[in-house]
Design a protein around this ligand. Structure first.
Ligand code: FEO
Length: 614
Protein backbone atom coordinates (compact mmCIF):
# COMPACT_ATOMS: atom_id res chain seq x y z
CA UNK A 1 0.00 0.00 0.00
CA UNK A 2 1.38 3.40 -0.97
CA UNK A 3 2.42 5.96 1.65
CA UNK A 4 2.94 9.35 0.05
CA UNK A 5 3.14 12.78 1.67
CA UNK A 6 2.00 16.04 0.16
CA UNK A 7 4.68 18.73 0.19
CA UNK A 8 2.96 21.43 -1.89
CA UNK A 9 -0.04 21.39 -4.22
CA UNK A 10 2.33 20.22 -7.00
CA UNK A 11 4.87 18.20 -5.10
CA UNK A 12 4.56 14.82 -3.39
CA UNK A 13 7.10 12.84 -1.38
CA UNK A 14 7.23 9.33 -2.81
CA UNK A 15 10.22 8.04 -0.83
CA UNK A 16 10.42 5.36 1.84
CA UNK A 17 11.96 4.67 5.25
CA UNK A 18 14.25 1.82 6.20
CA UNK A 19 14.43 0.84 9.87
CA UNK A 20 16.03 -2.56 9.29
CA UNK A 21 19.33 -1.27 8.00
CA UNK A 22 22.03 -1.76 10.63
CA UNK A 23 24.91 0.08 8.97
CA UNK A 24 24.41 2.84 6.42
CA UNK A 25 27.08 2.57 3.71
CA UNK A 26 28.21 -0.47 5.69
CA UNK A 27 29.92 1.73 8.27
CA UNK A 28 27.50 4.14 10.00
CA UNK A 29 25.06 2.69 12.51
CA UNK A 30 21.54 4.01 12.02
CA UNK A 31 19.63 3.00 15.16
CA UNK A 32 16.77 5.33 14.20
CA UNK A 33 16.63 4.17 10.59
CA UNK A 34 17.04 6.32 7.52
CA UNK A 35 14.74 7.84 4.93
CA UNK A 36 15.35 7.76 1.19
CA UNK A 37 13.54 10.77 -0.20
CA UNK A 38 12.19 11.00 -3.71
CA UNK A 39 9.82 13.72 -4.89
CA UNK A 40 7.32 13.81 -7.74
CA UNK A 41 6.48 17.17 -9.31
CA UNK A 42 3.19 17.12 -11.19
CA UNK A 43 2.87 19.82 -13.84
CA UNK A 44 2.05 19.73 -17.55
CA UNK A 45 5.06 17.42 -17.53
CA UNK A 46 5.77 15.17 -14.55
CA UNK A 47 9.20 15.08 -12.97
CA UNK A 48 10.60 12.57 -10.49
CA UNK A 49 13.62 13.64 -8.44
CA UNK A 50 15.86 10.61 -7.84
CA UNK A 51 14.87 7.08 -6.86
CA UNK A 52 15.61 5.12 -3.66
CA UNK A 53 17.67 2.33 -2.18
CA UNK A 54 16.99 -1.20 -3.38
CA UNK A 55 15.75 -2.23 0.08
CA UNK A 56 12.68 -0.01 -0.18
CA UNK A 57 12.06 0.19 -3.90
CA UNK A 58 8.81 -1.81 -3.74
CA UNK A 59 7.12 0.84 -1.58
CA UNK A 60 8.71 3.59 -3.70
CA UNK A 61 7.26 2.23 -6.93
CA UNK A 62 3.81 1.99 -5.35
CA UNK A 63 4.17 5.59 -4.22
CA UNK A 64 5.21 6.83 -7.66
CA UNK A 65 2.24 5.10 -9.29
CA UNK A 66 -0.12 6.59 -6.70
CA UNK A 67 1.27 10.12 -7.06
CA UNK A 68 1.16 10.04 -10.87
CA UNK A 69 -2.56 9.27 -10.78
CA UNK A 70 -2.40 7.83 -14.27
CA UNK A 71 -0.25 10.58 -15.81
CA UNK A 72 2.83 9.43 -17.71
CA UNK A 73 6.21 9.94 -16.07
CA UNK A 74 7.99 12.43 -18.32
CA UNK A 75 11.31 13.14 -16.59
CA UNK A 76 13.57 11.53 -14.02
CA UNK A 77 16.10 14.03 -12.64
CA UNK A 78 19.08 12.12 -11.26
CA UNK A 79 20.94 14.40 -8.90
CA UNK A 80 23.12 11.79 -7.23
CA UNK A 81 24.23 8.36 -8.43
CA UNK A 82 25.07 6.77 -5.09
CA UNK A 83 23.00 3.57 -5.05
CA UNK A 84 20.97 4.64 -2.01
CA UNK A 85 19.31 7.04 -4.47
CA UNK A 86 19.77 5.36 -7.82
CA UNK A 87 19.21 1.66 -7.20
CA UNK A 88 15.56 1.98 -8.22
CA UNK A 89 16.55 3.18 -11.68
CA UNK A 90 16.42 -0.03 -13.69
CA UNK A 91 13.04 -1.12 -12.31
CA UNK A 92 11.67 2.39 -12.90
CA UNK A 93 12.84 2.28 -16.53
CA UNK A 94 11.06 -1.03 -17.02
CA UNK A 95 7.80 0.43 -15.71
CA UNK A 96 8.10 3.84 -17.37
CA UNK A 97 10.09 3.22 -20.57
CA UNK A 98 9.18 6.64 -21.99
CA UNK A 99 10.78 8.58 -19.14
CA UNK A 100 13.58 10.97 -20.10
CA UNK A 101 16.54 11.03 -17.74
CA UNK A 102 17.91 14.48 -16.89
CA UNK A 103 21.44 14.44 -15.50
CA UNK A 104 25.00 15.69 -15.79
CA UNK A 105 27.48 14.09 -18.16
CA UNK A 106 29.25 12.56 -15.16
CA UNK A 107 26.00 10.97 -14.03
CA UNK A 108 25.41 9.59 -17.49
CA UNK A 109 28.84 7.93 -17.34
CA UNK A 110 28.09 6.51 -13.90
CA UNK A 111 24.80 5.02 -15.13
CA UNK A 112 26.91 3.08 -17.59
CA UNK A 113 29.34 2.10 -14.82
CA UNK A 114 26.69 0.87 -12.41
CA UNK A 115 24.05 -0.57 -14.71
CA UNK A 116 25.85 -1.08 -18.02
CA UNK A 117 23.11 0.97 -19.66
CA UNK A 118 23.59 3.37 -22.56
CA UNK A 119 21.08 6.07 -21.75
CA UNK A 120 19.98 8.76 -24.18
CA UNK A 121 19.79 11.34 -21.43
CA UNK A 122 19.04 15.03 -21.48
CA UNK A 123 22.47 16.12 -20.30
CA UNK A 124 22.44 19.40 -18.40
CA UNK A 125 25.18 21.76 -17.34
CA UNK A 126 25.48 24.47 -14.74
CA UNK A 127 22.65 26.97 -15.13
CA UNK A 128 20.58 24.97 -17.64
CA UNK A 129 16.84 25.07 -17.17
CA UNK A 130 13.88 22.82 -17.91
CA UNK A 131 10.36 24.19 -18.17
CA UNK A 132 7.63 21.74 -17.25
CA UNK A 133 4.62 24.06 -17.72
CA UNK A 134 4.11 26.16 -14.62
CA UNK A 135 7.49 25.29 -13.12
CA UNK A 136 11.00 26.11 -14.26
CA UNK A 137 13.81 23.94 -12.95
CA UNK A 138 17.35 25.32 -12.74
CA UNK A 139 20.23 22.87 -12.50
CA UNK A 140 23.36 23.63 -10.48
CA UNK A 141 26.33 21.35 -10.12
CA UNK A 142 27.49 20.51 -6.59
CA UNK A 143 30.54 18.29 -7.12
CA UNK A 144 31.72 16.36 -4.05
CA UNK A 145 28.59 17.10 -2.05
CA UNK A 146 28.95 14.14 -1.74
CA UNK A 147 30.14 12.54 -5.02
CA UNK A 148 31.60 14.25 -8.11
CA UNK A 149 28.51 13.92 -10.30
CA UNK A 150 26.13 15.59 -7.83
CA UNK A 151 23.86 18.39 -8.92
CA UNK A 152 21.04 20.17 -7.15
CA UNK A 153 17.87 21.62 -8.65
CA UNK A 154 16.08 24.88 -7.95
CA UNK A 155 12.40 25.23 -8.78
CA UNK A 156 12.15 28.99 -9.29
CA UNK A 157 8.34 28.84 -9.42
CA UNK A 158 7.82 27.55 -5.89
CA UNK A 159 11.34 28.52 -4.75
CA UNK A 160 12.24 25.00 -3.69
CA UNK A 161 15.81 23.75 -3.55
CA UNK A 162 16.18 20.02 -4.18
CA UNK A 163 19.47 19.70 -2.37
CA UNK A 164 20.60 16.08 -2.94
CA UNK A 165 22.62 14.89 0.10
CA UNK A 166 23.04 18.42 1.49
CA UNK A 167 20.91 19.26 4.55
CA UNK A 168 20.09 15.57 5.03
CA UNK A 169 20.00 13.56 8.22
CA UNK A 170 20.05 10.04 9.53
CA UNK A 171 16.76 8.89 11.02
CA UNK A 172 13.49 7.63 9.55
CA UNK A 173 10.73 10.22 9.18
CA UNK A 174 8.20 8.40 11.38
CA UNK A 175 5.17 10.00 9.76
CA UNK A 176 6.43 13.57 9.91
CA UNK A 177 7.68 15.29 6.75
CA UNK A 178 8.82 18.73 7.85
CA UNK A 179 11.55 19.67 10.32
CA UNK A 180 9.10 22.00 12.09
CA UNK A 181 6.77 19.09 12.87
CA UNK A 182 9.28 17.66 15.36
CA UNK A 183 11.50 19.01 18.10
CA UNK A 184 14.40 19.10 15.69
CA UNK A 185 17.09 20.59 17.90
CA UNK A 186 16.35 18.19 20.74
CA UNK A 187 15.64 15.00 18.83
CA UNK A 188 17.33 15.28 15.42
CA UNK A 189 20.20 17.77 15.49
CA UNK A 190 22.72 15.22 16.76
CA UNK A 191 21.88 12.84 13.92
CA UNK A 192 21.98 15.69 11.41
CA UNK A 193 25.45 16.65 12.61
CA UNK A 194 26.57 13.01 12.54
CA UNK A 195 25.26 12.72 8.99
CA UNK A 196 27.00 15.92 7.90
CA UNK A 197 30.35 15.20 9.57
CA UNK A 198 30.61 11.65 8.29
CA UNK A 199 29.03 11.91 4.85
CA UNK A 200 30.13 15.31 3.57
CA UNK A 201 32.37 16.56 6.37
CA UNK A 202 35.47 16.02 4.27
CA UNK A 203 34.18 18.35 1.57
CA UNK A 204 33.79 21.64 3.41
CA UNK A 205 35.07 23.75 0.52
CA UNK A 206 32.56 22.19 -1.86
CA UNK A 207 29.74 22.65 0.65
CA UNK A 208 30.78 26.31 0.92
CA UNK A 209 30.46 26.62 -2.87
CA UNK A 210 26.96 25.20 -2.70
CA UNK A 211 26.05 27.57 0.15
CA UNK A 212 27.34 30.48 -1.99
CA UNK A 213 25.09 29.40 -4.85
CA UNK A 214 22.15 28.98 -2.48
CA UNK A 215 22.70 32.44 -0.98
CA UNK A 216 21.91 33.99 -4.37
CA UNK A 217 18.48 32.32 -4.41
CA UNK A 218 15.23 32.99 -2.62
CA UNK A 219 14.52 29.65 -1.01
CA UNK A 220 11.20 28.82 0.64
CA UNK A 221 11.83 25.14 1.04
CA UNK A 222 14.71 22.66 1.02
CA UNK A 223 14.03 19.07 -0.06
CA UNK A 224 17.01 16.82 0.73
CA UNK A 225 17.45 13.16 -0.20
CA UNK A 226 17.49 12.08 3.46
CA UNK A 227 15.65 13.43 6.47
CA UNK A 228 13.12 16.22 6.85
CA UNK A 229 12.00 18.87 4.42
CA UNK A 230 12.76 22.41 5.62
CA UNK A 231 9.98 24.95 5.10
CA UNK A 232 10.47 27.09 8.22
CA UNK A 233 13.42 28.52 10.07
CA UNK A 234 15.83 27.76 7.22
CA UNK A 235 18.57 29.95 8.75
CA UNK A 236 18.94 27.46 11.60
CA UNK A 237 20.16 24.67 9.32
CA UNK A 238 22.00 27.02 6.95
CA UNK A 239 23.93 28.46 9.89
CA UNK A 240 24.96 24.99 11.02
CA UNK A 241 26.13 24.16 7.51
CA UNK A 242 28.12 27.36 7.38
CA UNK A 243 29.88 26.50 10.65
CA UNK A 244 30.47 22.86 9.80
CA UNK A 245 31.74 23.52 6.28
CA UNK A 246 34.19 26.13 7.60
CA UNK A 247 35.25 23.64 10.28
CA UNK A 248 34.33 26.12 12.97
CA UNK A 249 33.24 24.65 16.31
CA UNK A 250 29.65 25.06 17.40
CA UNK A 251 30.48 25.17 21.09
CA UNK A 252 33.36 26.01 23.33
CA UNK A 253 34.21 22.97 25.38
CA UNK A 254 36.45 19.94 25.44
CA UNK A 255 35.79 16.58 23.85
CA UNK A 256 37.91 13.90 25.50
CA UNK A 257 38.21 10.61 23.62
CA UNK A 258 40.15 7.85 25.30
CA UNK A 259 41.30 4.30 24.60
CA UNK A 260 42.00 2.40 27.78
CA UNK A 261 42.67 -1.31 28.25
CA UNK A 262 42.58 -1.60 32.05
CA UNK A 263 41.11 1.75 33.03
CA UNK A 264 44.30 3.66 33.89
CA UNK A 265 44.27 5.84 30.77
CA UNK A 266 40.57 6.40 31.34
CA UNK A 267 41.39 7.47 34.90
CA UNK A 268 43.83 10.11 33.67
CA UNK A 269 41.26 11.35 31.14
CA UNK A 270 38.60 11.50 33.83
CA UNK A 271 40.83 13.48 36.19
CA UNK A 272 41.52 15.96 33.39
CA UNK A 273 37.80 16.26 32.73
CA UNK A 274 37.21 16.86 36.41
CA UNK A 275 39.89 19.58 36.53
CA UNK A 276 38.34 21.27 33.49
CA UNK A 277 34.90 21.16 35.06
CA UNK A 278 36.34 22.81 38.15
CA UNK A 279 37.41 25.59 35.81
CA UNK A 280 33.80 25.75 34.55
CA UNK A 281 34.70 24.35 31.13
CA UNK A 282 32.19 22.02 29.49
CA UNK A 283 33.49 18.52 28.76
CA UNK A 284 32.21 15.39 27.07
CA UNK A 285 33.95 12.01 27.22
CA UNK A 286 33.93 9.03 24.89
CA UNK A 287 35.45 5.60 25.22
CA UNK A 288 36.57 4.99 21.63
CA UNK A 289 36.25 1.24 22.06
CA UNK A 290 32.57 1.61 22.93
CA UNK A 291 31.18 4.65 21.14
CA UNK A 292 30.94 4.35 17.34
CA UNK A 293 33.56 6.45 15.58
CA UNK A 294 30.88 8.32 13.64
CA UNK A 295 29.51 9.76 16.90
CA UNK A 296 32.95 10.88 18.05
CA UNK A 297 33.67 12.46 14.66
CA UNK A 298 30.39 14.35 14.92
CA UNK A 299 31.40 15.48 18.42
CA UNK A 300 34.76 16.65 17.08
CA UNK A 301 32.86 18.84 14.60
CA UNK A 302 30.88 20.25 17.52
CA UNK A 303 33.47 21.07 20.18
CA UNK A 304 36.35 23.54 20.13
CA UNK A 305 38.99 21.51 21.99
CA UNK A 306 39.90 17.87 21.51
CA UNK A 307 41.89 15.69 23.89
CA UNK A 308 42.93 12.19 22.86
CA UNK A 309 44.18 9.75 25.47
CA UNK A 310 45.52 6.38 24.42
CA UNK A 311 47.48 3.53 25.79
CA UNK A 312 50.41 2.26 23.74
CA UNK A 313 49.61 -1.06 22.07
CA UNK A 314 52.01 -3.18 20.01
CA UNK A 315 54.34 -0.18 20.06
CA UNK A 316 51.65 1.90 18.41
CA UNK A 317 48.37 3.64 19.13
CA UNK A 318 45.59 1.47 20.56
CA UNK A 319 43.62 0.04 17.61
CA UNK A 320 40.30 1.80 18.16
CA UNK A 321 42.04 5.13 18.72
CA UNK A 322 44.22 4.67 15.67
CA UNK A 323 41.15 4.01 13.54
CA UNK A 324 39.39 7.03 14.99
CA UNK A 325 42.28 9.41 14.33
CA UNK A 326 42.67 8.13 10.76
CA UNK A 327 38.97 8.66 10.22
CA UNK A 328 39.08 12.12 11.75
CA UNK A 329 41.99 13.17 9.54
CA UNK A 330 40.16 11.73 6.53
CA UNK A 331 37.16 13.88 7.43
CA UNK A 332 39.40 16.92 7.29
CA UNK A 333 38.96 18.17 10.86
CA UNK A 334 40.45 21.66 11.20
CA UNK A 335 40.64 24.72 13.44
CA UNK A 336 40.78 22.94 16.78
CA UNK A 337 43.05 22.97 19.79
CA UNK A 338 44.31 19.46 20.49
CA UNK A 339 46.11 17.79 23.40
CA UNK A 340 47.26 14.23 24.09
CA UNK A 341 47.63 11.87 27.01
CA UNK A 342 49.74 8.77 26.40
CA UNK A 343 50.22 5.67 28.50
CA UNK A 344 52.74 2.83 28.24
CA UNK A 345 53.99 0.28 30.72
CA UNK A 346 57.44 -0.02 29.14
CA UNK A 347 57.63 2.30 26.13
CA UNK A 348 54.98 4.99 25.81
CA UNK A 349 54.88 6.02 22.15
CA UNK A 350 51.21 6.68 21.55
CA UNK A 351 51.39 10.42 22.23
CA UNK A 352 53.93 11.15 19.52
CA UNK A 353 52.19 8.81 17.09
CA UNK A 354 48.80 10.41 17.71
CA UNK A 355 50.37 13.82 17.16
CA UNK A 356 51.88 12.65 13.89
CA UNK A 357 48.53 11.39 12.66
CA UNK A 358 46.79 14.69 13.25
CA UNK A 359 49.64 16.99 12.19
CA UNK A 360 48.45 16.58 8.60
CA UNK A 361 45.20 18.40 9.45
CA UNK A 362 44.96 22.13 8.82
CA UNK A 363 45.01 24.74 11.56
CA UNK A 364 45.28 22.41 14.51
CA UNK A 365 46.96 23.98 17.51
CA UNK A 366 48.60 21.13 19.35
CA UNK A 367 49.38 21.86 22.98
CA UNK A 368 52.84 20.91 24.17
CA UNK A 369 51.57 19.77 27.55
CA UNK A 370 51.32 16.08 26.55
CA UNK A 371 50.90 13.99 29.67
CA UNK A 372 52.88 10.77 29.62
CA UNK A 373 52.04 8.13 32.19
CA UNK A 374 53.63 4.83 32.96
CA UNK A 375 50.95 2.22 33.66
CA UNK A 376 48.98 4.56 35.92
CA UNK A 377 48.84 8.21 36.85
CA UNK A 378 50.81 9.06 40.00
CA UNK A 379 50.03 11.88 42.39
CA UNK A 380 53.33 13.47 41.40
CA UNK A 381 51.91 13.82 37.86
CA UNK A 382 48.75 15.65 38.83
CA UNK A 383 50.60 18.90 38.19
CA UNK A 384 50.95 17.85 34.55
CA UNK A 385 47.20 17.29 34.28
CA UNK A 386 46.69 20.67 35.93
CA UNK A 387 49.09 22.24 33.44
CA UNK A 388 47.11 20.79 30.54
CA UNK A 389 43.85 22.04 32.07
CA UNK A 390 45.40 25.47 32.61
CA UNK A 391 46.67 25.60 29.03
CA UNK A 392 43.18 24.79 27.76
CA UNK A 393 41.59 27.33 30.13
CA UNK A 394 43.60 30.16 28.55
CA UNK A 395 41.45 29.72 25.42
CA UNK A 396 38.23 30.26 27.36
CA UNK A 397 37.28 33.87 28.02
CA UNK A 398 35.04 34.14 31.08
CA UNK A 399 31.93 34.59 28.98
CA UNK A 400 32.42 31.14 27.46
CA UNK A 401 32.61 29.38 30.80
CA UNK A 402 29.67 27.47 32.19
CA UNK A 403 27.65 29.37 34.76
CA UNK A 404 27.77 26.99 37.65
CA UNK A 405 28.39 27.00 41.36
CA UNK A 406 31.88 25.89 42.15
CA UNK A 407 32.01 22.66 44.16
CA UNK A 408 32.80 23.36 47.75
CA UNK A 409 32.13 27.08 47.45
CA UNK A 410 29.64 28.56 49.88
CA UNK A 411 26.89 29.30 47.41
CA UNK A 412 24.09 31.54 48.48
CA UNK A 413 20.72 31.62 46.77
CA UNK A 414 18.44 34.52 47.54
CA UNK A 415 15.00 33.91 46.00
CA UNK A 416 14.38 37.64 46.08
CA UNK A 417 16.89 37.92 43.21
CA UNK A 418 14.14 36.42 41.06
CA UNK A 419 12.04 39.51 41.68
CA UNK A 420 14.61 41.47 39.69
CA UNK A 421 13.64 39.57 36.56
CA UNK A 422 11.07 41.40 34.51
CA UNK A 423 7.72 39.69 34.06
CA UNK A 424 4.47 40.54 32.38
CA UNK A 425 0.93 39.64 33.31
CA UNK A 426 -1.27 37.73 30.92
CA UNK A 427 -4.57 35.87 30.85
CA UNK A 428 -4.01 32.40 29.46
CA UNK A 429 -7.24 30.84 28.19
CA UNK A 430 -8.18 27.36 27.06
CA UNK A 431 -11.25 25.26 26.35
CA UNK A 432 -12.37 21.70 26.89
CA UNK A 433 -15.72 20.70 25.42
CA UNK A 434 -18.09 23.54 26.32
CA UNK A 435 -16.05 24.65 29.33
CA UNK A 436 -13.98 27.83 28.97
CA UNK A 437 -11.33 28.71 31.49
CA UNK A 438 -8.41 31.02 32.01
CA UNK A 439 -5.72 31.90 34.51
CA UNK A 440 -3.15 34.57 35.14
CA UNK A 441 0.44 33.81 34.12
CA UNK A 442 3.48 36.02 34.36
CA UNK A 443 5.99 34.18 32.15
CA UNK A 444 5.34 34.36 28.41
CA UNK A 445 8.01 35.14 25.85
CA UNK A 446 8.53 35.08 22.12
CA UNK A 447 11.34 32.64 21.40
CA UNK A 448 11.64 32.72 17.60
CA UNK A 449 10.55 35.05 14.85
CA UNK A 450 10.47 32.52 12.08
CA UNK A 451 8.28 30.71 12.84
CA UNK A 452 6.47 33.04 15.26
CA UNK A 453 6.78 30.97 18.39
CA UNK A 454 6.13 31.62 22.07
CA UNK A 455 6.72 29.83 25.35
CA UNK A 456 4.37 30.12 28.34
CA UNK A 457 4.97 28.75 31.85
CA UNK A 458 1.89 27.51 33.73
CA UNK A 459 1.35 26.08 37.18
CA UNK A 460 0.34 22.44 36.70
CA UNK A 461 -2.29 22.72 39.45
CA UNK A 462 -4.31 25.03 37.20
CA UNK A 463 -7.29 23.69 35.29
CA UNK A 464 -6.11 25.77 32.31
CA UNK A 465 -2.92 23.71 32.25
CA UNK A 466 -4.90 20.46 32.03
CA UNK A 467 -7.09 21.85 29.26
CA UNK A 468 -4.09 22.93 27.18
CA UNK A 469 -2.43 19.54 27.68
CA UNK A 470 -5.53 17.89 26.23
CA UNK A 471 -6.38 20.30 23.43
CA UNK A 472 -2.97 21.68 22.39
CA UNK A 473 -4.57 25.10 21.92
CA UNK A 474 -4.09 28.25 23.95
CA UNK A 475 -4.86 31.96 23.81
CA UNK A 476 -2.68 34.55 25.48
CA UNK A 477 -4.30 37.91 26.21
CA UNK A 478 -1.59 40.50 26.91
CA UNK A 479 -2.87 42.77 29.67
CA UNK A 480 -2.31 46.53 29.73
CA UNK A 481 -1.50 49.05 32.44
CA UNK A 482 -5.20 49.96 32.70
CA UNK A 483 -5.98 46.49 34.10
CA UNK A 484 -8.08 46.77 37.27
CA UNK A 485 -7.36 44.54 40.25
CA UNK A 486 -10.78 42.88 39.81
CA UNK A 487 -9.58 41.31 36.51
CA UNK A 488 -6.53 39.85 38.24
CA UNK A 489 -8.84 38.53 40.98
CA UNK A 490 -11.28 37.14 38.42
CA UNK A 491 -8.70 34.99 36.64
CA UNK A 492 -5.98 34.65 39.25
CA UNK A 493 -7.56 34.13 42.63
CA UNK A 494 -10.18 31.46 41.95
CA UNK A 495 -10.11 27.99 40.55
CA UNK A 496 -11.92 27.18 37.32
CA UNK A 497 -12.80 23.82 38.88
CA UNK A 498 -15.46 25.41 41.10
CA UNK A 499 -16.28 28.62 39.32
CA UNK A 500 -17.02 29.93 35.84
CA UNK A 501 -14.46 32.70 35.44
CA UNK A 502 -16.33 34.13 32.48
CA UNK A 503 -19.76 34.12 34.24
CA UNK A 504 -19.78 37.86 34.89
CA UNK A 505 -18.34 38.84 31.52
CA UNK A 506 -20.37 40.93 29.15
CA UNK A 507 -18.42 39.59 26.18
CA UNK A 508 -17.86 36.33 24.38
CA UNK A 509 -14.87 37.03 22.16
CA UNK A 510 -13.18 34.10 20.49
CA UNK A 511 -10.38 33.58 18.03
CA UNK A 512 -10.61 31.20 15.08
CA UNK A 513 -9.49 28.27 17.25
CA UNK A 514 -12.73 28.70 19.26
CA UNK A 515 -10.96 29.83 22.44
CA UNK A 516 -12.10 32.88 24.38
CA UNK A 517 -9.90 35.84 25.00
CA UNK A 518 -10.15 38.91 27.19
CA UNK A 519 -11.01 41.91 25.01
CA UNK A 520 -10.82 44.54 27.76
CA UNK A 521 -7.53 45.88 29.17
CA UNK A 522 -5.74 43.79 26.58
CA UNK A 523 -3.58 45.15 23.78
CA UNK A 524 -3.18 41.97 21.78
CA UNK A 525 -4.03 38.31 21.69
CA UNK A 526 -1.88 35.44 20.48
CA UNK A 527 -3.50 32.13 19.58
CA UNK A 528 -1.01 29.31 19.84
CA UNK A 529 -0.82 25.69 18.71
CA UNK A 530 1.32 23.76 21.16
CA UNK A 531 4.30 22.00 19.62
CA UNK A 532 6.11 20.99 22.78
CA UNK A 533 5.72 20.74 26.55
CA UNK A 534 8.51 20.63 29.09
CA UNK A 535 7.80 19.51 32.62
CA UNK A 536 9.55 21.42 35.40
CA UNK A 537 7.92 19.97 38.49
CA UNK A 538 5.39 22.50 39.74
CA UNK A 539 5.17 24.17 36.33
CA UNK A 540 5.24 23.17 32.70
CA UNK A 541 6.38 25.28 29.78
CA UNK A 542 4.27 25.14 26.65
CA UNK A 543 5.96 26.11 23.41
CA UNK A 544 3.44 27.08 20.76
CA UNK A 545 3.44 28.37 17.22
CA UNK A 546 1.33 31.50 16.75
CA UNK A 547 -1.55 30.60 14.45
CA UNK A 548 -3.46 33.88 14.84
CA UNK A 549 -2.75 37.26 16.40
CA UNK A 550 -5.23 40.03 17.17
CA UNK A 551 -4.16 43.62 17.84
CA UNK A 552 -6.62 45.44 20.12
CA UNK A 553 -4.93 48.62 21.34
CA UNK A 554 -1.66 50.48 21.59
CA UNK A 555 -1.78 50.72 25.39
CA UNK A 556 1.46 49.72 27.12
CA UNK A 557 1.70 46.12 28.27
CA UNK A 558 1.39 45.48 31.99
CA UNK A 559 4.60 44.47 33.70
CA UNK A 560 4.64 42.69 37.01
CA UNK A 561 6.46 45.66 38.54
CA UNK A 562 3.75 48.05 37.37
CA UNK A 563 1.18 45.73 38.90
CA UNK A 564 3.03 45.75 42.25
CA UNK A 565 3.45 49.51 42.22
CA UNK A 566 0.08 50.65 40.94
CA UNK A 567 -2.57 47.92 40.88
CA UNK A 568 -2.05 45.51 43.72
CA UNK A 569 -3.87 46.81 46.84
CA UNK A 570 -1.48 48.08 49.47
CA UNK A 571 -1.48 46.08 52.72
CA UNK A 572 -3.83 47.63 55.23
CA UNK A 573 -2.48 48.48 58.65
CA UNK A 574 -3.22 45.80 61.20
CA UNK A 575 -6.32 46.33 63.22
CA UNK A 576 -5.59 47.35 66.73
CA UNK A 577 -3.92 44.49 68.51
CA UNK A 578 -4.29 42.06 65.59
CA UNK A 579 -1.27 40.38 64.06
CA UNK A 580 -1.19 39.04 60.55
CA UNK A 581 0.80 38.02 57.50
CA UNK A 582 0.54 39.48 54.00
CA UNK A 583 1.02 37.50 50.80
CA UNK A 584 3.83 39.21 48.88
CA UNK A 585 2.36 37.96 45.64
CA UNK A 586 -1.27 39.07 45.77
CA UNK A 587 -1.74 41.05 49.00
CA UNK A 588 -4.06 38.60 50.78
CA UNK A 589 -3.92 39.07 54.55
CA UNK A 590 -3.90 36.17 56.97
CA UNK A 591 -4.83 37.26 60.44
CA UNK A 592 -3.27 35.37 63.32
CA UNK A 593 -0.27 35.15 65.60
CA UNK A 594 1.54 32.53 63.58
CA UNK A 595 1.26 31.43 59.98
CA UNK A 596 0.95 27.63 59.54
CA UNK A 597 3.95 26.30 57.61
CA UNK A 598 1.69 24.55 55.12
CA UNK A 599 -0.57 27.54 54.58
CA UNK A 600 -1.57 28.13 50.95
CA UNK A 601 -2.80 31.54 49.89
CA UNK A 602 -6.49 31.14 48.97
CA UNK A 603 -6.14 33.83 46.28
CA UNK A 604 -2.94 33.11 44.39
CA UNK A 605 -2.04 29.63 45.73
CA UNK A 606 1.47 30.61 46.82
CA UNK A 607 2.82 29.01 49.98
CA UNK A 608 3.77 30.35 53.42
CA UNK A 609 7.26 31.32 52.23
CA UNK A 610 5.72 34.08 50.17
CA UNK A 611 4.08 35.72 53.21
CA UNK A 612 5.60 38.38 55.40
CA UNK A 613 4.45 39.80 58.74
CA UNK A 614 2.55 43.02 58.31
FE1 FEO B 1 22.56 9.48 0.34
FE2 FEO B 1 25.59 10.24 -1.02
O1 FEO B 1 24.01 9.36 -0.81
Amino acid sequence: MQCVKKITSDLVWVGANDRRLAMFEGVYSVPNGVSYNSYLLTDEKTVLFDTVDKAVQGRFLENVAEALKGQPLDYLVIQHMEPDHSAGLTELLLRYPGVKIVCTARTQAMIKQFFDLDIDALVVNEGDTLNTGKHTLHFMTAPMVHWPEVMVTYDSTDKILFSADAFGSFGALNGAMFADEVNFDKDYMDETRRYYANIVGKYGTQVQSLLDKASALTINMICPLHGFVWRNNLPSILTKYSLWSRYQPEEHGVMIAYASVYGNTENAAEILSSRLREKRIKTVMYDVSVTPASEIIAAAFRWSHLVFASTTYNAGIFVSMEALLSDLAAHNIQNRTVAFIENGSWAATSGGLMRKKLEQCKNLRILNQTVSITSSLKSSQLAKIDAMAAAIKTDFPDMMLMMQTMPGAAASVDPLAMFKLSYGLFVLTAKEGTKDNGCIVNVAVQITESPLRISVAVNKANLTYEMIRKSGDLNLSILTESTPFRLIEQFGFHSGRDTDKFAECGYDCRTINGLRYVPEHTNSVISGKVIDVYDYGTHSVFTADAVETVMLSSEPSLTYQFYLDHIKPKPQPAKEGKKGFVCKICGYVYEGETLPADFICPWCKHGAKDFEPR
